[in-house]
Write a protein that binds this ligand. Structure first.
Ligand code: ADP
Ligand code: MG
Length: 238
């Protein structure tokens, strides 16, 4: 359940080969972090996995099944973005339940799943509030809640904390790591922040110009960087 395999995946926008070819295995239950400088293709790769962009070539397997042609809704993934994109006029309850309502789930079931998500995310006392009545961290939790209610096998996070202040970021990192373990999900987390990568990841994928420079645990990358780029990015002299 929840493994993700990329086989020779490529992506071009017009003439620009943003991702020439990537092979990657992310195992069930793993917390993988894609790290690399701005513009290196992290979001594009995540969007390909989510099905929000079509690949130019190659295959994407989810749970060992070819998902390359599947629409996003059939991939069993949930994506959490940097901008929370909450509905300002809706309560927290309605925001979290919205994906289920759209999927035609009945009200009792929605109420139950929203309550469960709220409990996990410490939002139980805030369910009747509007997003503007919440702190930045609480808003980001609502966005995560909206991802949780669909019980995905895999979470895709695209720089979810970059709009939060430093202290809150540290807290939310911990919360996301705990959530990942609690739900037994597979997670892919995109960031340009080395500290986030080093503290959260089971597996770090270092990207540069649409290519993988190295894949390894935080310790492997720290002690045995494959090249100067990785060494510079992880912050350890080679
Ligand atoms: P990152 O998330 O690592 O900052 P992106 O994946 O957003 O990088 O972008 C990688 C490259 O692909 C950039 O050069 C960007 O301009 C280009 N790119 C991304 N999306 C599109 C698009 N829809 N059309 C054209 N170029 C794009
Ligand atoms: Mg990006």
């Amino acid at each position: 359940m929840g493994s993700i395999t990329l086989q020779n995946v490529s992506k071009s926008f017009g003439e620009a080969a943003v991702i020439p070819s990537i092979d990657l295995q992310i195992n069930d239950g793993e917390f993988a972090v894609f790290v690399g400088p701005s513009g290196c293709g992290k979001s594009t790769l995540l969007r390909l996995i989510a099905g929000l962009e079509d690949v130019s070539g190659g295959r994407i397997l989810i749970d060992g099944v070819d998902a390359t042609a599947k629409p996003p809704s059939q991939r069993g993934l949930a994506m959490v973005f940097q901008s929370y994109a909450l509905y300002p006029h809706m309560s927290v309850r309605s925001n979290i339940g919205f994906p289920l309502k759209m999927a035609g789930v009945d009200k009792a079931e929605i109420d139950r799943k929203v309550s469960d998500a709220a409990r996990i995310l410490n939002l139980t006392d805030y369910l009747e509030r509007k997003p503007r009545q919440l702190s930045g961290g609480q808003r980001q939790r609502v966005a995560i809640g909206r991802a949780i209610v669909r019980s995905p096998e895999c979470f895709l996070f695209d720089e979810p904390l970059s709009n939060l202040d430093a202290a809150l970021r540290v807290n939310m990192r911990l919360e996301i790591s705990q959530l990942h373990q609690q739900l037994g999900a597979t997670s892919i987390y995109v960031t340009h922040d080395q500290v986030e990568a080093m503290t959260m990841a089971d597996k770090i994928v270092v990207l540069n110009k649409g290519r993988i420079e190295q894949v390894g645990s935080p310790l492997e990358l720290y002690h045995k960087p494959a090249n100067i780029f990785v060494a510079g990015f992880i912050g350890s002299p080679k």
